[in-house]
Design a protein around this ligand. Structure first.
Ligand code: NI
Length: 253
């Protein structure tokens, strides 16, 4: 069993979304799409309406910092009540692209963390070159969830795990120039979930061929985790799926 806990399936990226989703479901059991700006929030809501076993997390990405109004956040809070919206995200801090707007990013992040706390809904955290501030912000709120696209050090991973977070592992773990496999081998599979972040980050050996990623490539991530942790591929699928079911409470949705 596989669950893709984070991907973006948008019309601008795929010619035939129905076909993509059909092929994905030959491989994965559930797909969680992430709507992280106005347009993709709309599209994510359409997808969860149309397909069984597709769920959404919604929230404003740090790169949206200049566009998001308080009204948008009020609207977002209402959308979180729909039963197939299972989390808030991706939200967080990105000091790679938006370095000059740190304070505004922190404000937007904390406003959304406070919504998650109020609703008791898990968060999907985007943190790029911002580990210290991310941890500081997360510690201010009683929230739980997933560190999306985790690619940090063993120590950082351990810190997040101690705080109760799961780590989202994607195609990067398969990249030949990445040391994430080594970090994962030390952290173990118990606190991981699988994610593709499609259409981006297609796993090795498809990388660099101009192909779009999608949920059907999840087994390539699972196989790499299996190889570095000594668990079987099936165990990796089961453990990470159980984690996803639990954190998003999918069995009751
Ligand atoms: Ni993403």
């Amino acid at each position: 069993m596989y669950i893709d806990t984070h991907c973006h399936i948008l019309k601008e990226d795929y010619d035939d979304i129905d076909k993509v989703i059909k092929e994905d479901f030959e491989v994965v059991d559930k797909i969680i799409v992430s709507g992280c700006e106005k347009e993709s929030i709309e599209e994510s809501l359409e997808l969860i309406e149309k397909y069984d076993n597709v769920y959404a997390t919604l929230g404003y990405h740090p790169e949206q910092v200049d566009r998001v109004t308080d009204e948008d956040l009020i609207e977002l809070e209402k959308l979180l009540d729909s039963p197939k919206v299972v989390g808030l995200g991706e939200i967080g801090l990105d000091y790679h692209y938006e370095k000059d707007k740190k304070d505004d990013q922190i404000k937007l992040f904390e406003k959304q963390l406070s919504i998650a706390e109020k609703k008791g809904i898990p968060v999907l955290v985007h943190s790029r070159e911002a580990t210290e501030d991310t941890i500081k912000c997360l510690k201010k709120y009683k929230v739980h969830g997933i560190i999306h696209a985790f690619s940090g050090s063993y120590e950082t991973g351990l810190e997040y795990i101690k705080m109760g977070y799961l780590l989202g592992i994607g195609g990067v773990v398969t990249f030949t120039n990445s040391n994430l496999g080594e970090v994962v081998s030390k952290l173990g599979v118990e606190h991981l979930v699988l994610e593709t972040d499609a259409p981006y980050l297609i796993p090795h050996p498809f990388r660099g061929r101009g192909m779009k990623n999608s949920s059907k490539y999840i087994p390539f991530i699972a196989r790499k985790i299996s190889a570095v942790t000594g668990k079987t591929v099936d165990e990796v699928g089961e453990i990470t799926s159980e984690n996803a079911l639990r954190v998003f409470d999918l069995n009751s949705k």
